[in-house]
Design a protein around this ligand. Sequence first.
Ligand code: BES
Ligand code: ZN
Length: 993
Amino acid sequence: MLLVLGRRVSLSFVKRVIPQYPVLLSNPILQDLRTIKFRVIHSSTVFASATRQNTDTMPERRPFVRLPTDVYPVNYGLCLKPDLIDFTFEGKLEAIVKVNLATNQIVMNCADIDIITASFVPEGGEEINATGFNYQNEDEKVTLSFPSALQKGSGTLKIDFVGELNDKMKGFYRSKYATPAGEIRYAAVTQFEATDARRAFPCWDEPAIKATFDISLIVPKDRVALSNMNVIDRKPHPEDDSLLEVKFATTPIMSTYLVAFVIGEYDFVEGQSSDGVTVRVYTPTGKAEQGKFALEVAVKTLPFYNDYFNVPYPLPKIDLIAIADFAAGAMENWGLVTYRETALLIDPKNSCSSSRQWVALVVGHELAHQWFGNLVTMEWWTHLWLNEGFASWIEYLCVDHCFPDYDIWTQFVSADYTRALDLDALDNSHPIEVNVGHPSEVDEIFDAISYSKGASVIRMLHNYIGDKDFRKGMHSYLLKFQHRNAATEDLWDCLEQASGKPIALVMSSWTKQMGFPIIVVDQEQQGDDRILKISQKKFCASGPHNGEDCPNWMVPISICTGEDPGCTKLKVLLDSPETTITINNISPDQWVKINPGTVGFYRIQYSSAMLEGLLPGIRDLTLLPVDRLGLQNDLFSLSRAGMISTVEVLKLMEAFVNEPNYTVWSDLSCNLGVLSSLLSHTDFHEEIQEFIRDLFTPIGLKLGWECKQGEGHLDALLRGLVLGKLGKAGHKPTLEEARRRFKDHVEGKQILSADLRSPVYLTVLKHGDSATLDTMLKLHKQADMQEEKNRIERVLGAISAPDLIQKVLTFALSEDVRPQDTVSVIGGVAGSSKHGRKAAWKFVKDNWEELHNRYQGGFLISRLIKLSVDGFAIDKMAAEVKSFFESHQAPAAERTVQQCCENILLNAAWLKRDADDIHQYLLKRKAPGLNNPAPPPPFFQRGPPCIIAASAPPFSVHRWTESEHTQSRLNFSKRKNTNDDDVNKQAKNLTKR
Ligand code: BES
Ligand code: ZN
């Protein structure tokens, strides 16, 4: 709600009656400018029944108005002088601006900055001093008032200001590091996305207000100073010869959120891409070696994108730099990409395979933004998903190109696709394209919907169009909008032109309405033909939507058969609630599968006969790994939604006993982790551990502890996953061997290989005592690499004794843990055990002020909340969580809180519904003579043949009441999802990044 003339009116009303840029509309020249820079985008297709999004119960939207455009910047001349001892900075802005309309006020963004003086010099005129600076703190704006009107035309706006180098990891902030000699020092670094450039200098901090930048930094002469562009001048400071003034080349026209500067001590490695770009990877001093892997990836990636987009990288250089204190994983600042140390540095001996893969993905992601985001920028944050969804898709294409042996697309399905489906099945999800205004609303949408659903629908679109036309469309989009801004529809137009397909119509159904369909399929053989009856319904985590206002999607559906499981036999576009499809010339014994490759963004409910036909393909591996994974994941999700019994999924899981594929195991392991976490609320938790041990023992035996000749990346990941799973579940031989190897490691007799460290640490801690914890904390202290510190931090929560859990929680907030990593220590505790869950939540409540203050409402607070409470499975905990956040506001986490409460109620309903049956099944499979044949028969031969009733049984899942609704944002650290954070993966929908 917004206060207009003292009346409360809804935001949508305000939008209708107050055009955003009323002045621009009356002037033809400015209209042109408006279409270029400030296009108001009209949605093409509106899906009336779009969503059951909780607009009625959404928290009130904070008042928000975009900046006026009567004065706008053309060039920022910006000089900053940070003080690395006092943690302050002085700034001088000389911005060339255009005045569109005579005014005696300039409104800009400004936060946490003190303006000392401001003046305006009209081109060829006299300087006019500003007479007042009126800060609107809530809106993060300042209004500069002038004694007379600034006339239409050009001029220079001069502002002197000071600010603090804060410790909140946003704006212009300080980052702590130790020199090789152990001395503590600070670097000054920036993180501006989404709305924090305004904390470093007064500016027009909106993505569509692009300008060029001339940046100078005044820095101690022994420090490295970097910015978006190359250095063009370096001279001693006239007043202080211990300082240097470093001047950088003019940037292309760009958005403020992509500006960056870094001042600190770094080493670097340098390379040249085949298309002539100088690439440097900056590392902490003495660790240049650790930059080599990222350099190799970057040097391969730039020409890959140059070729894919057929548009060259537009800057002369690109730097990639590791920053010790860093809230996100990485940030795509144009020409100066900043990374967490763990997302950039690889040590040949001490880095594990999953870290290599993560670095490759992050480099691939951020470099894609150099085109998609930086060269062409979203018009407004509503289109953020374009940036993040696209980069989250193409990073896989890039890694697949650089490392074909990673089988990275299968991993996409487990990491992004299923994660997006899980989140988007909630009533408290949101559409990909979402209206946002206030910075806290912007922060909120850096979530799994923008990233993982965004990437998944682009993958589906790419598959629907085909690579050739997709590339053609991308090329024309980048060319048409380069150095400008674009909206979702602009991309659809270009892809539509390139492919001749109804892209806008198809894609609007996926981006403008939240959720996705469940495709219900049945079949009938008629002679040589198979008739498929296909229908769609909205899938909800509590079961399919059964109301009258059920939304529909335009669903590209592909079909394959048992004859050639890897080949699509038929493609249709389902544009109605139901349809019938005929497959010709197919024998009655052939199975039919929908969605080969698991590319379409939907779940599938097969008739029991169809499913029966598909299941042998799991055991004999004739189904593709990605489809084995998809089938298992669909059934798991259906069981959580009450559409099938969880017992049927357990039986299905047993059919994976011969599974060789890492990613299939990883997804299955993740789901078992969710189940194990759920059953930790019961007194038969041990029985599910036994189930896990039985399931993982054969593959564990096959893999053993030693790496064998000829093994590759995925074998290393699989070994770590399986041994960690077995160790954690209390498999005696694994535990004994882990202890033995841990002892040797600690004593320095035999250092553990990097890939075995996480599973070993996890196993010994899970079954360890206070001495184990102390040893682990000592290893943590000694560790030189942040990767090793993080590895330990993530598993500490596995310790069982309550007093030791408390010790871990206290450690999480200590000086020994980097602020950005506190979240994963607390999350590790919450995800490890019943006691841990309670203790972590209590700890968060008791330390709320400190935690909230530390993250200042950024996305880390959302992640912390999610990790801490999502695993509860008792109704009253949902009420407790809701009530806590009513009195402890976290604006950027409102939707996350709602999603968590919804998840808690879903867990509780699931437990009530299935706990007894699961218990009976777990007991029965152990009882001699009863359903306990050895070796276990194929799933489909045991028990009743039908696992899914043709019409699903009625389900009685708690439906979210109106009053329980709210809002939130991302847990976007998902994709560090490999073996080394098994603990954090306990509740899959919490943690996949
Ligand atoms: N633009 C984001 C960084 C960002 C995230 C800024 C949230 C502000 C708020 C960057 O491109 C990004 O997406 N980084 C990811 C890594 C990537 C590989 C998914 C991250 O930080 O997790
Ligand atoms: Zn990104």
